[in-house]
Design a protein around this ligand. Structure first.
Ligand code: ADP
Ligand code: ZN
Length: 681
């Protein structure tokens, strides 16, 4: 690429002995900025937006560096085409932040810029229409906070009231009133500083709608919303208004973290423990909570992490005094926490083999229906059945391009692969032995649970909440409204339902398979399982009625289930913390994964073996692999993994850089680096 730049450039201005040049970063798959010549009449500074010619195309980029270069015969640079004045320049802190994220996550600099600038770079800038203001003047409507909330606000204000970086953990059970606490903090900040901007991050789009409604109730205006589903035109308006400092509050999914706020003064990361904050696809793999903390440090403002089940890493930092720990005990208004009991499935199995709900759960559903109260059945499995097997020959139906079973979906009348989206019409003959009507569907998904509910309670109104069924914002909103209006008696939901939502009439939660989360066996399996069960249980009885939760489990004696029943979160965390400490696992050590994939298996194995043979041998470093990934094939790509584990004080990025510098990767091989990995498949 650099070649093109050099050879095609015309050398202008050959009389003087030096030229002024600018390094321009483009939002493309490039790991560095490229030098262009600044023409005489152009007044440029860092962060300015310019148009340049790159690989024979005009593209917009950002001035990343400015320098003076000695003129010589080799130095032939293309000139910058023009300065774009309609787009505000990148603040210098934003440049620092992007550089930091790229270096830490080992992602190409241009790809990090793309997360921040991509939507603008494509825009035609002739759009001079005046933009409708968004969240320009939110005004807090006072409510009376409880003593506990006031105390939390007071403690938080001690930190957030002064300028300067500090991470605060706002830790309180679901329904303890955390949202109202941070609303008040937010109100104080915008009241004291009329230019202040605030960002609220939520882990999932599904949570944004309810948040917007609540925010509007409290502030009389909707916040600006930012997530992958917002149209590009809307995004460009929002982007510009954010950059000009005209929007006070933005609520968004993780990508909102890369908006170029003019005057950001606070970030709130709600449900901070949520794994959805880890972005695992695309050109940049990063953890939005962790990078939000980095941004707060760079820009020197406070950040609030809120959760009922804080991540283990967060708790370790809070206990070490690095984060300020603010606890809201009990639920707002004194509502009791739900009563949680376990049903031992070995002793009390469901009535027949095609049933998945125990009698106790069914009795409770009947009772609730009679009392006109709502029930929720939670199963974190989309579709109807996770496995299809031939009763005649034992054949299991697998995805043709991934190592994954096909999941039966009744809604789509299909068998689907959840990894690549492959789907076929559910066959009625076995593709292996060709016998008719021998296929059996094994295990439950939410669709099957709903079927079971409908079979034995035909008069109940049931509804499935999963990403297949409520697959648009509109459908989700309709479903949530139906639930609020009590048109629904029984909700059957995946993780979509686990967090944030508030249903006043919900008094019973049945966890269909409390053991499910433990299957993966990865580093955080027990922790995540604890969090999700706790979050779902927290949906029950949030108002007057006492909530009841049943966990169906074949392993009622695991630490996870025992501590949930005992309500002893901190003891559970301590056991997990000790285990991680012993094993020097994060946050007591560092982890990174290399995921290497190729359609050519032999080429892949040769490359991986070579990589292993030149692996660095440092002290306090263990490199495991190459191993066949648990998902051995995705979309016809064979996959191998390395896991790198080091002591905390080792720079794992430098280590990986040095290592990869020793090999030349064939173009048919894809290599992904995942720093602080959360999934290991
Ligand atoms: P959390 O964010 O901890 O789950 P919320 O802030 O959502 O808790 O509060 C739980 C419920 O209690 C919500 O319905 C909320 O409207 C209500 N609530 C919280 N604080 C107050 C308050 N000070 N006055 C009235 N209602 C409140
Ligand atoms: Zn597949």
């Amino acid at each position: 690429m650099q070649e093109i730049v050099k050879t095609q450039a015309k050398n202008q201005n050959s009389s003087s002995s030096s030229v002024k040049t600018a390094d321009i970063l483009l939002p493309l798959m490039l790991n560095k900025s490229y030098s262009y010549q600044i023409t005489d009449n152009m007044d440029l500074k860092l962060g300015d937006i310019v148009k340049v010619n790159f690989a024979n195309k005009d593209v917009m980029g950002v001035v990343w560096d400015i320098s003076e270069k000695k003129k010589n015969a080799e130095l032939k640079l293309k000139p910058i085409i023009e300065k774009i004045t309609e787009i505000p320049s990148f603040p210098s802190n934003m440049i620092k932040f992007i550089n930091w994220v790229s270096k830490y996550s080992m992602s190409p600099l241009g790809m990090v810029l793309k997360m921040s600038f991509g939507v603008m770079a494509k825009a035609k800038l002739v759009n001079k229409k005046t933009k409708k203001p968004i969240c320009e003047n939110p005004r807090y409507r006072e409510i009376k906070l409880s003593d506990a909330q006031n105390l939390a606000v007071f403690e938080l204000t001690q930190t957030t009231g002064v300028n300067g970086y500090q991470t605060c953990l706002l830790d309180g059970v679901t329904g303890s009133g955390k949202t109202e606490v941070y609303f008040k903090i937010l109100a104080n900040i915008i009241e004291q500083n009329k230019d202040a901007q605030i960002l609220v991050l939520l882990p999932e789009i599904a949570l944004l709608q309810q948040f917007v409604t609540r925010f509007e109730e409290r502030f009389g205006e909707k916040p600006a919303v930012w997530h992958s589903g917002v149209t590009p035109a809307k995004k460009r308006d929002t982007w510009l208004l954010v950059a000009k400092g005209k929007i006070k509050v933005v609520v968004g999914a993780r990508s909102a973290l890369f908006l170029p706020f003019k005057n950001l003064k606070l970030i709130i990361v709600d449900e901070e423990h949520d794994k959805s904050y880890k972005q695992e696809e695309g050109g940049c793999i990063y953890h939005a909570r962790d990078m939000a903390i980095v941004r707060a440090k760079i820009e020197n403002f406070p950040i609030i992490l809120a959760s009922a089940t804080p991540a283990l890493e967060t708790m370790v930092n809070a206990r070490a005094g690095k984060y300020k720990h603010i606890v809201l005990k009990g639920r707002y208004g004194g509502a009791a926490m739900p009563k949680i009991s376990v049903i031992d499935m070995k002793k009390n199995p469901p009535a027949t083999r095609s049933c998945f709900l125990t009698d106790k759960v069914k009795e409770k559903l009947v009772e609730n229906l009679k009392n006109k109260e709502q029930s929720l059945l939670f199963l974190n499995r989309r579709g109807y059945a996770p496995l299809t097997i031939c009763r005649n020959c034992g054949h299991r139906l697998e995805c043709p391009t991934c190592s994954a079973w096909l999941v039966k979906h009744k809604k789509y009348k299909q068998l689907q692969c959840h990894h690549c989206g492959f789907g076929i019409k559910t066959p009625n003959i076995c593709p292996e032995c060709e016998e008719q009507d021998t296929l059996a569907f094994c295990g439950p998904g939410v669709e099957r649970i709903e079927e079971e509910v409908r079979d034995f309670l035909p008069d109940a109104n049931s509804l499935i909440l999963s990403s297949d069924i409520t697959n648009s914002e509109k459908k989700l909103k309709e479903a949530l409204d139906k639930i609020s209006n009590q048109e629904i008696d029984i909700i059957i939901g995946t993780q979509l339902i686990a967090k944030g939502h508030h249903f006043p009439k919900l008094t019973f939660v049945g966890i269909v398979d409390a053991d499910l989360g433990l299957e993966s066996g990865d580093l955080r399996a027990a922790e995540s399982s604890y969090q999700i069960i706790q979050q779902v249980a927290g949906r029950a009885g949030r108002e007057k009625e006492l909530g009841q939760v049943y966990l169906q489990s074949y392993m009622p004696n695991t630490p996870v289930i025992k501590s949930i029943i005992a309500g002893n979160r901190d003891e559970f965390l301590q056991i997990e913390i000790n285990a991680r400490k012993m094993a020097k696992m994060p946050p007591f050590g560092r982890l990174a994964s290399l995921i290497i994939a190729s359609p050519k298996e032999k080429l892949l194995d040769d490359f991986c073996n070579y990589l292993a043979s030149v692996a660095p041998r440092y002290e306090k470093t263990v490199i495991l692999g190459p191993a066949i990934a648990p998902m051995a094939i995705i979309r016809n790509n064979h996959r191998r993994r390395f896991l790198i584990k080091t002591d905390k004080n080792i720079n794992i990025q430098t280590l990986i850089l040095n290592w990869l510098a020793r090999v030349k990767k064939p173009s048919q091989i894809k290599l992904k680096i995942d720093i602080d990995p959360y999934s290991f498949f």
